[in-house]
Design a binder for this molecule. Sequence first.
Ligand SMILES: O=C(O)CCC(=O)C(=O)O
Ligand SMILES: [Fe+2]
Length: 215
Amino acid sequence: MTFVLQGSLLDQVEDVGLRTLDTGVRRTPLSHGAWIDVRPGWLTGADELFTRLTLGGAAGVDWRSERRVMWDKEVATPRLLRFYGESEPWPDPVLAQARSMLSAHYREELGEPFTTVGMCLYRDGRDSVTWHGDREGRASRQDTMVAIVSIGAPRALVLRPVGGGAGRTVRHVLGHGDLLVMGGSCQRTWEHAVPKTSTPVGPRISIQFRPHDIR
Ligand SMILES: O=C(O)CCC(=O)C(=O)O
Ligand SMILES: [Fe+2]
């Protein structure tokens, strides 16, 4: 699979790396003890990382299509996925650096390290994920954190309180190495989604870090 990415001029001269988390992180409290932190442009060289993760073959990621049953028919989930556990080799060294920096930054508040990395590839505006909370494992009953780094084409990540709540939807357009962390009760009391868009958009990769037994 090969994707051509329209990179920004600025990013073309940047190496893949991470900026500090000591500055630039802005927290927005939601309701019910949920919050989000946003750190724009945390990852540098986002276009280069995007290319590495979509190269295919041994150097890239073996992206997988999942299927689910919808209205009695089995259909492909509209995005490609790859989840890496704690003991598997990860496809790029910057991912382990990101995990370490996030674990250090949130150590006191989270009380445990981030351990896994999950990735989703949205090939174009038709790919999406519907409203959900990451509630598998302990996340159904405990506060936790899910940290998302977004690369490739900017896409909106939207959040709303469980059960809707007109006028309370929070929308963040993420792209180019932006970091968004969902914390507190966010996975239980709020839902999030990446809606489809009819605007022509290029591919996007979402990289999610989670603690052990959270998914
Ligand atoms: O695309 C994103 O950034 C969100 C993905 C997501 O919510 C999930 O895979 O659980
Ligand atoms: Fe999610």
